[in-house]
Design a protein around this ligand. Structure first.
Ligand code: G6P
Length: 615
């Protein structure tokens, strides 16, 4: 899941590539590198560390004059993050340069073969194998660069998005993809290449998203040529007009993208239901659902596959869909599902949830479900992403670009979409009475205002964060709809503050975690008035009698829990089924402030990546 950027045109390439890499750092950031060509010399500059380190490293490198460039920000798969393993990689002759996102699974036999043929390797990467394989094909079969890349890729098993440059062909860059995203920005006499459109959005809004198994020859002054790697057939590339703007992908005055994205939730939740939820008329209308309503209504079972935070949204959906529609729901980690020979029946509907739409395990789970004849519906944020294309139908969350690695607005907008789906099916099936249905629609419409109100807990969350910033462990408890929220709260804390945290169903605490509780242990309890309030109050008492420190998320005006808890965060009241959309907010703020107090890199936590395009 690295980030790749390329430029070929008339402008200076270095600033474009560096700026692009900064925008893609969410994809990986353990090392970075650039390749530049000024018509004479091919310059490579790379380093372990972030894009800022790369800029420092390149200070003594001549970058001016180069109008062709490629850059890479890495999330290590093969080979530890160090200078040598950073991309770009050069072929043995020094004439070919490559940047690569993905994994070449059969790199070892390919490498052995190349070593037998006299090739040597400096790095431990699979990428250096690929660039030498291309060189070998080019030389032994006397092929042009584009053809050589194509032939080499036919030997490759794995996933890739690559850019290849050949000093002998200084007017072109070859790009190809299989399983990793790659977009080409089409300007006037210039082309941009990137893992997503954010690096080039300020230069052009015309973009081509390469499909799997496609290769493109990007040659200055020539029309772009796209072919299928396998059978060499020509493809007519579709040029999309991009809707996003630069402001959407910059911090907009907030200290971190994560905080900006937390605060965007009232408006993006509204964007999610805009035009789909007509509360006054009692209508929910989503094209992907309407077109396939019969399938949902007649579904014998709904299987949800996802990873990370999206999996937590899936768990919330399990509660909501079962409650409203009475259709049995199973939620699976995509990584488990794909390898366990799951039972998938023709009458099953599979819902794949993914912010990025690029998560490798989720994609593989979708392919498996399709092979088994299931109808697969995608809930994605990134428009045009692989998952949105791979699924039979879907609904976008419309949360806008999420840059902070820890997912926030993607989660609440996923829940919004999934709740609307549940309500629409319930209405069609008649499993929810009309009064309740209308009430939920009205409540859903009020959620953005209530999220805004919940955001007012920011100062309290910050005060509590100051108290618990050095805690080594933290427990999150919730019941029913708020059990998945407890999991998500714990995940947020782990991800960005590196504090060990666990989410648990509140009652299950008695079967293990209660042993951990002492006066050092902060326990975050989600205890809104609706739901299993009395039961949660009993759980709070159990913690209190063992001297645990209680941080409770309560409904405004609550007094019972306030008397028991050490700290309370108030949220507005909504029905149990919609409460995750509100209870999540203070937990996001709490982990954000704890991470800031601890001096952690909130937007780019160690070892993580925004989009995991490797399994
Ligand atoms: C990574 C991200 C998480 C995300 C998960 C699934 O681990 O760091 O924030 O929840 O991938 O990603 P997806 O894009 O499929 O929702």
């Amino acid at each position: 899941m690295c980030g790749i950027v390329g430029y070929i045109g008339y402008r200076e390439a270095f600033p474009i590539v560096i700026k692009g890499l900064r925008r893609l750092e969410y994809r990986g950031y353990d090392s970075a590198g650039v390749m530049l060509y000024d018509g004479n010399e091919l310059v490579v500059c790379k380093t372990k560390g972030k894009v800022a380190d790369l800029e420092e490293r390149c200070k003594d490198t001549t970058t001016a004059g180069a109008t062709i460039g490629m850059g890479h920000t890495r999330w290590a798969t093969h080979g530890v993050p160090n200078d040598v393993n950073s991309h770009p990689h050069l072929s043995n002759s020094g004439e070919l340069a490559i940047i690569h996102n993905g994994i070449i699974e059969n790199y070892e036999p390919l490498k052995k073969e190349l070593i037998n043929r006299g090739y040597t390797f400096k790095s431990d990467t699979d990428t250096e194998v690929l660039v030498n394989l291309i060189e070998d094909v080019q030389k032994t079969q006397n092929l042009k660069l584009g053809k050589a890349v194509q032939v080499a890729l036919r030997q490759v098993i794995g996933a890739y998005a690559i850019c290849v440059f050949d000093i002998k062909k200084p007017n072109e860059i070859i790009v190809a993809r299989l399983g990793s995203p790659l977009a080409i920005g089409v300007g006037e006499n210039e082309y941009f290449i990137a893992s997503d459109a954010s690096p080039f959005i300020e230069y052009t809004t015309n973009a081509i998203y390469l499909e799997d198994e496609e290769i493109a020859v990007i040659r200055l002054g020539k029309k772009l040529k796209v072919r299928k790697i396998k059978d060499d057939s020509l493809v007519d590339p579709y040029v999309q007009k991009l809707q996003m703007n630069l402001e959407q992908i910059e911090k907009g005055g907030y200290d971190h993208f994560m905080l900006k994205e937390i605060y965007e939730q009232p408006s993006v939740i509204k964007d999610t239901y805009r035009g789909r939820l007509l509360a006054d008329q009692g209508i929910i209308r989503m094209a992907g659902i309407e077109d396939n309503l019969e399938r949902f209504v007649n579904a014998e079972r709904i299987l949800i596959v996802a990873c990370g935070t999206s999996w937590h949204a899936g768990l919330v959906a399990e509660y909501v869909i079962e409650e409203f529609t009475r259709i049995p729901v199973e939620v699976e980690y995509a990584s488990e599902f794909r390898y366990r020979n799951p039972i998938i029946n023709k009458g099953d509907v599979v819902i794949a949830i993914s912010q990025s739409g690029e998560t490798a395990d989720t994609l593989a789970a979708i392919k498996l479900a399709k092979e088994n004849g299931a109808f697969v519906f995608g809930v994605c944020n990134v428009v045009g992403s692989s998952i949105s294309r791979e699924t039979h139908a879907g609904a976008y969350t419309h949360a806008g670009p999420e840059i902070g690695v820890a997912s926030t607005k993607a989660f609440t907008t996923q829940i919004t979409v999934l709740t609307m789906i549940a309500l629409r099916i319930a209405q069609a099936k008649g499993t929810l009475n009309h009064t309740d249905y209308r009430r939920y629609l009205q409540e859903l419409e009020r959620i953005p205002e209530q999220v805004k109100e919940a955001l007012e807990s920011n100062d309290v969350a910050k005060e509590i964060a100051a108290v618990f910033k050095d805690a080594p462990n933290c427990l999150y408890l919730g019941r029913g709809y708020n059990f998945p929220v407890a999991l998500e709260g714990a995940l947020k804390l782990k991800e960005i503050s590196y504090i060990h945290a666990e989410g648990y169903p509140a009652a299950e605490m008695k079967h293990g975690p209660i042993a951990l509780i002492d006066e050092m242990m902060p326990v975050v309890v989600i205890a809104p008035k609706q739901g299993h309030y009395d039961k949660v109050v009993s759980n709070i008492q159990e913690i209190k009698s063992r001297s645990g420190k209680i941080i409770a998320v309560v409904t405004k005006g609550d007094t019972q829990v306030r008397d028991l808890a050490d700290y309370v965060i108030e949220i507005p009241e909504t029905s149990d089924a919609l409460s995750p959309l509100i209870t999540t907010i203070p937990l996001q703020l709490l982990s954000y402030h704890i991470a800031v107090f601890r001096g952690c890199n909130v937007d780019q936590p160690r070892n993580l990546a925004k989009s995991v395009t490797v399994e």
